[in-house]
Design a protein around this ligand. Structure first.
Ligand SMILES: Cc1cc2nc3c(=O)[nH]c(=O)nc-3n(C[C@H](O)[C@H](O)[C@H](O)COP(=O)(O)OP(=O)(O)OC[C@H]3O[C@@H](n4cnc5c(N)ncnc54)[C@H](O)[C@@H]3O)c2cc1C
Length: 182
């Protein structure tokens, strides 16, 4: 959105507020290349601070927006700052759904760069991995775990998801890649 505004000639002030500490980054590599990458991974940055500076896009990182003060046209941040706005875009994305099962406290979910590092560290030396969630991200994680020499376990239900996905119209390179590795 911020880049698009600039590309379309918007010359006003643009501020990105995000509770993550990084420059904007891509999430797809988190479940693909990062999991089994040989070197210490870095966030797969979309646009770095220097480029944002050139474009005149300010970034407030590592702090959550906690309320919208509509009358004053300000948002309130967790650290007490209250940036003003004329127009406000909410682009807060999604978060991983936590299961409410006994014993689930030690399980990990994958949404952020830090989640990916935590999974990578947990896979180091692991032999058997259970993945709850047989969608693309689960399958990609299973493939990454296999590359690291782990045995990945799927329940029958998840196996059924996998088979169904193979039959359906997933993008061809992804289907071939995921099927072969998983
Ligand atoms: C592991 C993984 C692999 C994926 N692989 C693919 C793929 O191969 N192909 C594909 O098409 N899609 C893929 N996706 C999905 C894709 O990444 C998402 O569709 C995309 O991230 C959505 O972008 P977004 O900007 O809407 O939200 P997000 O990327 O979720 O960004 C929202 C941001 O808002 C921040 N935020 C939320 N609430 C607040 C608040 N109150 N204050 C401040 N900041 C806040 C969040 O911290 C986050 O940084 C993948 C996702 C994941 C997690």
């Amino acid at each position: 959105m911020a880049l698009g505004l600039r590309a379309q000639g918007f010359a006003g002030r643009v501020t990105l507020v995000g509770e993550e500490r990084h420059a904007p980054y891509e999430r797809p590599p988190l479940s693909k290349t990062l999991i089994a990458a040989p070197d210490e991974p870095k966030p797969p940055t979309i646009v770095d601070a220097a480029r944002l500076g050139e474009l005149g896009i300010a970034q407030i990182k590592g702090v959550a927006a906690i309320s919208i003060e509509r009358r004053e046209r300000r948002i309130r941040l967790a650290d007490g700052r209250r940036p003003a706005f004329d127009r406000l875009v909410l682009a807060t994305g999604a978060r991983a759904r936590k299961l409410t099962l006994p014993g689930v406290e030690r399980s990990l979910t994958l949404r952020t760069f830090e989640d990916s590092l935590a999974i990578r560290a947990r896979l180091d030396g692991a032999e058997r991995v259970v993945i709850v969630g047989g969608g693309f991200i689960g399958l990609e994680l299973a493939a990454g775990a296999r590359l690291l020499g782990c045995e990945s376990l799927f329940s029958k239900h998840m196996r059924a998801c996998f088979d169904a996905r193979r039959r359906r119209r997933s993008p061809r390179p992804l289907r071939r890649d995921t099927s072969a590795r998983a």
